[in-house]
Design a protein around this ligand. Structure first.
Ligand SMILES: C[S@@+](CC[C@H](N)C(=O)[O-])C[C@H]1O[C@@H](n2cnc3c(N)ncnc32)[C@H](O)[C@@H]1O
Ligand SMILES: [Zn+2]
Ligand SMILES: [Zn+2]
Ligand SMILES: [Zn+2]
Ligand SMILES: [Zn+2]
Ligand SMILES: [Zn+2]
Ligand SMILES: [Zn+2]
Length: 490
């Protein structure tokens, strides 16, 4: 299974999530993350701070060596820049505007497409040369349809659920008795929950949206939306805003709460897992963990489970409306690589039979019909939706396109670089050629919290200003994951 090769690179950049570490400097996206470049054999490079949310320097150019002395003037300039990149209105102002807007006559309700803003009558004039349109009450209830999805490929591609996937999620959660949904980066889910509440036959569900896209603040009240960064658990509205989450999670009315997160696919797993764990800690209701659904591509399974071992990956394929590759088409369904990772018991998440899922009684979970149970492995092994086959030499099931290679002693794609077994690169942690990093017994002291990222080039100069964005030649699993990621950001 190639996705287990997540740690096969010989060098990388790790993110250090140390508790109680000194306060990180802020970029427009809140506190930055501390990174460390690590060379072959494990030698450490200089540490630096970079943006938590943006993987591309073009989107956030913040960079600071950990030991940099920053002048007062630069600090002030930075603070001014951070402020200028924030929302034009405070949450309170947004709420007041929305109240005013809702009370307007139909022929006064306008939206500026260029500015992505709901306009009050006094503002119409200033936007007269922009593309504006009237907004109906129905459109006001569907901001994810009204707003133009953000297209930034690396940091913030807004892929919105198809009705099929959104309704599957909502119906499943309602069926399981959840009364409160914490929507993290799932604006469409949030609005559909509110929509569902309008139908008298449905028991109402509460929903709170946490998202970095502050355009959504225009449409919701304070207790329905928080401007939030899920990579550093940062609330842009300060304590008033984090208090909203606190209240949502700690209300002692005994209602079942679930968090549903759909982060940008280029995001770092470790910081996300950290934020979700922090939310779980805020959930004081019982001894149990906060229920969660984390929506992410299947090839991140090993990394996600490494960070949050209580999660299981479901076979359900999540579809997006505006993703050119992964949506239901007239020509039939393309397989979506996006899955749900959850700590809800998989047997309770009923996957629709009409979409080709069945229950495997041996695995006690719903699987795609093509995912045949292997008696030798005693699992339904497929991760990518295709039928996998058992290799008796490797003693595991592998992708259908793989063949067993005698020279490498393992299954691989027929055109793999034969003889250059990945094992030869040895261990990234201690440098030994005898084993891989995963099997290494030398403790990674300060780095156990770290997550590795791929970095550009193979330079040995570890104090050179590094690039976090995945680029350049990569090996093995990392290369394959990168290709898959590239496909995801089409
Ligand atoms: C892949 S889209 C998921 C949308 C979801 N499928 C839906 O239909 O509701 C990612 C979402 O996360 C939000 N997002 C991106 N980066 C974020 C961050 N650092 N913190 C919080 N939200 C973020 C985006 O604005 C977007 O709404
Ligand atoms: Zn930033
Ligand atoms: Zn405008
Ligand atoms: Zn099975
Ligand atoms: Zn098998
Ligand atoms: Zn094999
Ligand atoms: Zn080979």
């Amino acid at each position: 299974m190639d996705i287990t090769e997540a740690h096969d690179d010989t060098f990388g950049i790790e993110v250090i999530l140390e508790e109680g570490s000194k306060t990180a400097p802020c970029c427009p996206h809140g506190p930055t993350l501390l990174f460390e470049k690590v060379g072959k054999g494990g030698e450490k490079g200089r540490r630096f701070y970079a943006c938590s949310a943006c993987r591309d320097r073009k989107d956030c150019k913040f960079f600071q060596w950990e030991d940099d002395k920053v002048s007062e003037a630069r600090l002030l300039a930075r603070e001014a820049e951070n402020k200028s990149k924030g929302p034009p209105y405070s949450q309170q102002e947004y709420c007041n505007r929305f109240r005013k807007f809702s009370s307007l006559r139909v022929d006064e309700k306008k939206f500026c497409q260029d500015c992505q803003t709901l306009l009050l009558p006094t503002e119409h004039e200033a936007h007269s040369s922009h593309g504006t349109s009237y907004v109906t009450a129905a459109q006001l209830r569907r901001p994810s349809v009204l707003l133009r999805p953000l297209h930034n490929k690396k940091s913030n591609a807004q892929y919105l659920f198809t009705d099929r996937s959104a309704h599957f999620l909502i119906d499943t959660l309602a069926g399981l008795g959840y009364k409160k949904v914490l929507c993290v980066g799932t604006p469409r889910l949030h609005e559909l929950i509110k929509q569902r509440n309008l139908e008298p036959k449905n028991e109402p569900m509460k929903s709170l949206l946490l998202d970095i896209d502050f355009r959504y603040a225009q449409f919701y009240s304070r207790d329905e939306f928080c401007h939030y960064n899920m990579f550093n658990h940062h609330f842009f509205g300060g304590e008033a805003s984090s208090g909203v989450l606190q209240t949502f999670l700690s209300d002692s009315d005994g209602e079942k709460v679930v968090m549903v997160a759909d982060p940008p696919f280029g995001g770092l797993v470790k910081p996300l897992a950290n934020s979700f764990s922090l939310m779980s800690q805020l959930w004081k209701n019982s001894n149990s963990d906060l229920s969660m659904m984390w929506i992410f591509p299947y090839f991140f399974e090993p990394r996600i489970l490494e960070c949050l071992p209580s999660l299981t990956m479901l076979d359900y394929q999540v579809d997006y409306d505006n993703h050119p590759l992964y949506k239901h088409g007239k020509t039939g369904r393309k397989q979506s690589p996006v899955r749900v990772f959850t700590n809800i018991s998989p047997k309770d998440v009923v996957l629709p039979k009409e979409e080709g899922y069945r229950f495997c009684s041996a695995c006690q979970r719903f699987v795609l019909s093509l995912n045949k149970h292997c008696a030798k492995c005693n699992v339904c092994p497929s991760k990518d939706g295709r039928e996998w086959k058992h290799c008796s030499t490797c003693q595991k099931c592998v992708k259908p396109s793989w063949r067993h290679c005698q020279a490498c002693g393992r299954c691989a794609l027929p055109d793999h670089p034969c003889g250059q077994s990945e094992g030869k690169q040895g261990c990234f942690n201690c440098g030994s050629l005898e084993h891989k990093r995963k099997a290494c017994h030398v403790k990674e002291q300060h780095r156990t919290n770290g997550q590795r990222l791929k970095t550009k080039g193979k330079g040995k100069n570890l104090s050179k200003r590094p690039t976090i964005k995945p680029k350049g030649k990569r090996k093995s699993g990392a290369a394959r994951r990168a290709r898959k990621m590239a496909a995801l950001s089409v």
